[in-house]
Ligand binder design. Structure first.
Ligand SMILES: Nc1nc2c(c(=O)[nH]1)N[C@@H](CN(C=O)c1ccc(C(=O)N[C@@H](CCC(=O)O)C(=O)O)cc1)CN2
Length: 290
């Protein structure tokens, strides 16, 4: 089985980006500047945002972290978004999700200027993506496309099953893999919590993308021999034997699938690092607008 090593690939791509940024600097061009808004104290979000800021440093981007406590109000969040929309030094920004329960995520998303929406979550970018127009693609699906492309995994004419219908992974993944292009041209089935006879669908998959957030839900009996598995899940499962009190696992039972899959992403070190690299790619693109 081939391990689709997102961590190694992300390091390679960051090296390529570093060279491009060095060239931009030498020619006196605009150095990309990403801002990240982190609200509250969700430990996973803190770690993801740290990783985004660190990755900016690695490739030579400028970055700004805006941190606020859970007590922030809706209008204060919208004010931060407005400031970032109007700040000429910022090429693109993200608001880390999930937001605390009292903040309306949709209202925040709608307030983001699509030209700075390097997460690709605003209606303008989602609409443009759906129509096949130039846009910022959402980071996780785009990271998966980059990974399939760089590992030479053919998607054209393949049966792809996407588990999950979230706005940030399942839905855009389904759209992107079924569109004309490469990677793309696949026959895509989207499954979710109301899908009947899930196994019927998953056993037909040449490529299975698992993004349901249920630890190790996909087991060997659910797939056919030679399947390519992309595991988007990053679940923290309590484990007292670990120093930090939990272990990370995906939506796929990696051990039981190792002997059945032809290729699979690990967790950690698979899709996660590619998500961060895609965000950097979008930020570079946004900075070229100037
Ligand atoms: N505004 C956004 N919020 C969220 C997004 C997003 O794309 N934009 N996606 C996810 C979280 N996410 C990025 O923000 C993300 C998830 C995982 C990783 C990652 O590198 N994971 C590591 C493991 C890290 C760990 O130890 O926990 C891995 O898989 O190797 C990066 C980014 C939800 N919110």
């Amino acid at each position: 089985m081939q391990v689709l090593d997102g961590k190694a690939l992300a390091t390679t791509i960051k090296g390529e980006m570093r060279e491009e940024v060095d060239q931009i600097r030498l020619s006196g061009g605009n150095i990309p500047h990403l801002a990240a808004v982190l609200i509250g104290d969700n430990p996973a979000s803190e770690s993801y945002v740290r990783s985004k800021v660190r990755s900016c440093e690695e490739v030579g981007f400028h970055s700004t972290l805006i941190r606020r406590g859970t007590e922030i109000t809706q209008s204060e969040v919208l004010e931060i978004v407005e400031q970032l929309n109007n700040d000429p030094d910022i090429d693109g920004f993200i608001v880390q999700l999930p937001l605390p329960k009292h903040i309306d995520e949709d209202a925040v998303n709608l307030a983001i200027d699509p030209r700075k929406d390097v997460d690709g979550f605003t209606p303008v970018n989602v609409g443009r993506m759906t129509l096949g127009l130039p846009s910022f693609l959402p980071a996780t699906p785009n990271g998966i496309l980059t990974m399939l492309d760089r590992y030479g995994i053919e998607t054209s004419g393949k049966e792809v099953v996407v588990l999950g219908r979230s706005n940030i992974v399942g839905t855009p993944m389904t759209i992107l893999l079924s569109r004309k292009g490469s990677p793309g041209n696949a026959t895509v089935t989207m499954c979710h919590s109301r899908t009947q006879d899930l196994k019927f669908h998953t056993r037909r998959a040449d490529i299975l993308v698992a993004a349901i957030g249920i630890p190790e839900m996909v087991t060997a009996d659910m797939v056919k021999d030679g399947v390519v598995i992309v595991d988007v899940g990053i679940n923290r499962v309590e484990d007292d034997s670990r120093k930090r009190g939990y272990r990370l696992c995906g939506d796929v039972d990696y051990k039981s699938l190792e002997s059945k899959a032809s290729a699979m992403t690990p967790v950690p070190g698979g899709v996660g690092p590619m998500t961060v690299v895609s965000l950097l790619m979008n930020t570079l693109k946004a900075s070229k607008r100037k």
